[in-house]
Design a protein around this ligand. Sequence first.
Ligand SMILES: Cc1cc2nc3c(=O)[nH]c(=O)nc-3n(C[C@H](O)[C@H](O)[C@H](O)COP(=O)(O)OP(=O)(O)OC[C@H]3O[C@@H](n4cnc5c(N)ncnc54)[C@H](O)[C@@H]3O)c2cc1C
Length: 402
Amino acid sequence: MNEYMERQVQLKWYEPKKTYDVIIIGGGGHGLSTAYHLATRHNITNVAVLERKYIGGGNSGRNTTVIRANYGIPEAVRFYQRSVDLYKRLEEETGRWLMHLEKGILWIAHSEAAVRQERARAEVNRAFGAKTDFVTPEEIKKIVPQIDLSGGGVWPIMGASYHHDGATARHDRVNWALAEGANKRGVHIHQRTEVLDLIKEGDRVIGVQTNHGPMYADIVMSAVGGHVSRVAKMAGLRLPIRTHTLQAYVTNHYQQKLHPIVASTSLLFYVSQTARGEMLLGAQIDPQPSYNYRAGHDLIKGCSHRAMTMLPFLRDLRILRQWTGVCDMSPDYSPIMGKTPIPGFLITTGWGTWGFKAIPVGGEQMAALIATSETPELIAPFALDRFARDRTMADRGSAGTH
Ligand SMILES: Cc1cc2nc3c(=O)[nH]c(=O)nc-3n(C[C@H](O)[C@H](O)[C@H](O)COP(=O)(O)OP(=O)(O)OC[C@H]3O[C@@H](n4cnc5c(N)ncnc54)[C@H](O)[C@@H]3O)c2cc1C
């Protein structure tokens, strides 16, 4: 807990009960958002969120906080645009300052093929409700005066898609505001409570075995980020998910302002400026599947080298901190949400490197599914059975670096 949480956020710590209507495994953004929406939209408050460490200690507190809806397929654009819209209202709704800031995102193209791709992205985005335009190098220079349009003489900038709604928000504040909103309506949040096994009656999941004993519920939902394969195995389920490490790092304070988020798919990096003026950089996942939280020098070296070709001012900054998260990567770069073949057991996973932006809508939709037992239309395309039906939702636009 940091100072903000201790002073501002009001959380009540309840004694665990034996039974709940709903148990959510994982106190990250998606678990907390589902609990929040169950309580605020459906008046379902007999809910427990079980977190093995502390809330927001997983990927939801380790990400680079980019919020956007400039995806490559209609289903994803519609889904993430709903989240962008919910984020805009979340401060007012929760009464907490989440440091939500609209900045815009430039998705830079360095080749004719990439220009065609960014033009297509802008078209698809506009058709399905996201505000994205194609911009020329001259327009890019006006938005980011620091940019070297020659790309260091190697990666010339030939255009970009500019997503006006691109934004950031302080990740831990988002987690805590949702936790507080759920908790003050009666939701139990149990930290240091690890789910060790699922309790089944026949095929049906009826509860969880934790380090503090068993708890029972009509519905058990897994929202455990990169640890999902382990929890799914407890249910007897094998998911098409691999866990990969993703790293990020920040520099010291940069005196000038870099207003938008800048991303390059060819150069495999993205950068934004934090509220403290630091430059925050991220790149692609480590190729080898792993649960390792160790950060490596190779990432910093390669990513910084590529980023400096476009933004030469980065050369003068120093790297202050580096960290990792473990990401639940799906084969089609889309989330997997909803029912599973195991009665009583739901999942929200496949959030990979792109799930922070989806926290409001992911929770909203999973809560609607739990409350009504019907899969909402917005998330129906992201059901687990799409892999068996050969209806994958391939969208490389999910990851900022693809
Ligand atoms: C470096 C990095 C940068 C990223 N940048 C972005 C970005 O800019 N924009 C974006 O949209 N997304 C980004 N992401 C992805 C995003 O952070 C995740 O997709 C999202 O936070 C996933 O939320 P979650 O609630 O599913 O998982 P998590 O936040 O990981 O929460 C899962 C929780 O489950 C708990 N848990 C696990 N096993 C158990 C168990 N057995 N019992 C009880 N609890 C358990 C964990 O301790 C954890 O707290 C980034 C990720 C990383 C790592």
